[in-house]
Design a protein around this ligand. Sequence first.
Ligand SMILES: C[S@@+](CC[C@H](N)C(=O)[O-])C[C@H]1O[C@@H](n2cnc3c(N)ncnc32)[C@H](O)[C@@H]1O
Length: 189
Amino acid sequence: MKYRLGNVHQIVDLIIRNYLKKGSICVDATLGNGKDSLKIYKTLDGDCKIYSFDIQDQAIIKSKKLFAENKINEYKIKIINDSHENIYNYIHEPVDFFIMNLGYLPGGNKDITTNYKSVKIFLDKITLIMKAKSFGLIIFYPGHEKGMEEYIEISKYLSDLDQNKFNVSKIEQMNQKNQPPLVVMVERL
Ligand SMILES: C[S@@+](CC[C@H](N)C(=O)[O-])C[C@H]1O[C@@H](n2cnc3c(N)ncnc32)[C@H](O)[C@@H]1O
């Protein structure tokens, strides 16, 4: 088998490499250290536009450094220091893909995490501007208290998405202990 699926990042990789198309308009709702945006950019050989959001200055600084080290065309990844709730202030075109890697900034302040209220607002908005056959990935971390609350709340939201418009699938590593991360794929029909 080409891929091992031992952790959530490998699963995300597998999906991105197989489904994401060149020329895609992408949204990284939680830029963090910039690794997801970089992965998307590299997978598409830079043939894409990515709107990348984060509320923390530390995340913005780290990502800018990572992108500079990797010689990223700065017009291809638009870094936005604002909450993903406000996507309509920045995105005025239909999107092909979004990723939302929830939780706290790796190596940062663990008290600053995503919260389900802004995630719901983001989802309300992004689902209205997703192109036909577009998709999004949400990575949940139910292993910590806030992450579990977020997972429960957003699961209810996703379960209620109209099945005539969206497929919502969950990938769960069932035999792993201690609430491993989960990936949910939201596909626009
Ligand atoms: C798990 S990290 C993301 C990891 C990242 N994608 C990477 O590749 O390193 C979650 C990020 O979400 C950010 N965040 C929290 N609430 C946010 C919001 N309302 N809008 C945008 N970003 C937010 C945090 O600052 C943190 O950097």
